[in-house]
Design a protein around this ligand. Structure first.
Ligand SMILES: Nc1c(O)cccc1[N+](=O)[O-]
Length: 249
């Protein structure tokens, strides 16, 4: 998968050189390029923002630098070879924004199948809305929110989304089995985990986990998932079908 990130703070994306995602880049499983939006602003001060029409506090990101950046990336896309539209596939333009669709594991799963993902990190009060309409021709535009809180820009959300998506690309996570039993992979929160020592400062590992009875351990873990989800995230249960919650025989 090819991922391009456009930002006015390229250094913010340095975390993508570290750990699993960094290793996947070095192994060629992920090709990640970070672009400085200011390189597409050509006035003397490389201006990327201006005052909002209609008044109001703050500044809005100008459309032209974004259009120039996104045009250049689209022209360089591995999907550009399909410009004749044989397959009609377009890169996904992923825009982290508080006004977007909620980013969930299912969205990460869906986007991990994309050949080319372009992440637009807004700052200030946001990006001129016309950019998202203009971009529809060359991109599948997806406005996605990490959560209902205010950040100073899209970079932190971009890091989270790129990690959540990138780790699902085949080969990035060494043992694909570990993707199966994670929180939200089956719609439930994950079960509690323990390691040595079996007794620690008066706290003991649940006996069942020392029994060696894999069937009972699996049943106990599922019960723990359902109990935790009921207690901490009842909203998730409303979205699940009964078979996931009921203990399979
Ligand atoms: N919440 C927020 C924001 O305030 C700014 C940019 C992106 C996000 N988000 O993706 O959730």
């Amino acid at each position: 998968m090819r991922i391009d990130v456009v930002t006015i703070f390229p250094e913010y994306l340095g975390a993508l050189d570290v750990s699993l995602i960094g290793k996947a880049r070095r192994e060629g499983l992920l090709e990640i390029r970070v672009h400085d939006l200011r390189e597409h602003a050509f006035d003397r001060h490389r201006t990327v923002d201006d005052t909002p029409y209609g008044g109001g506090a703050g500044m809005v990101m100008k459309p032209e630098p974004w259009a120039l950046a996104l045009e250049q990336i689209a022209a360089d896309s591995p999907l550009a070879l399909d410009a004749e539209g044989e397959t009609g596939r377009r890169p996904v333009l992923l825009v982290p924004t508080p006004s977007g669709q909620l980013f969930r594991q299912q969205v990460a799963q869906e986007l991990s199948a994309a050949d080319h993902l372009v992440v637009a990190c807004g700052r200030y009060e946001g990006i001129d809305e016309r950019v998202f309409h203009w971009a529809q021709e060359q991109y599948e535009v997806r406005l996605v929110s990490l959560g209902d809180y205010v950040l100073n820009g899209g970079e932190v959300a971009a890091l989270a989304m790129v990690e959540a998506i990138g780790r699902l690309v085949p080969g990035v996570v060494g043992n694909p089995e570990s993707l199966v039993e994670e929180s939200h992979s089956d719609g439930l929160l994950e079960y509690p985990v323990y390691t040595k020592p079996s007794s620690w400062r008066g706290h003991d590992v649940p006996e069942i986990l020392l029994s060696g009875d894999h069937g009972k351990i699996a049943a106990w873990r599922h019960e723990q998932q359902v109990e935790r989800t009921q207690r901490r995230r009842p909203d998730l249960l409303e979205r699940l079908d009964v078979s996931t919650v009921a203990q399979e025989d």
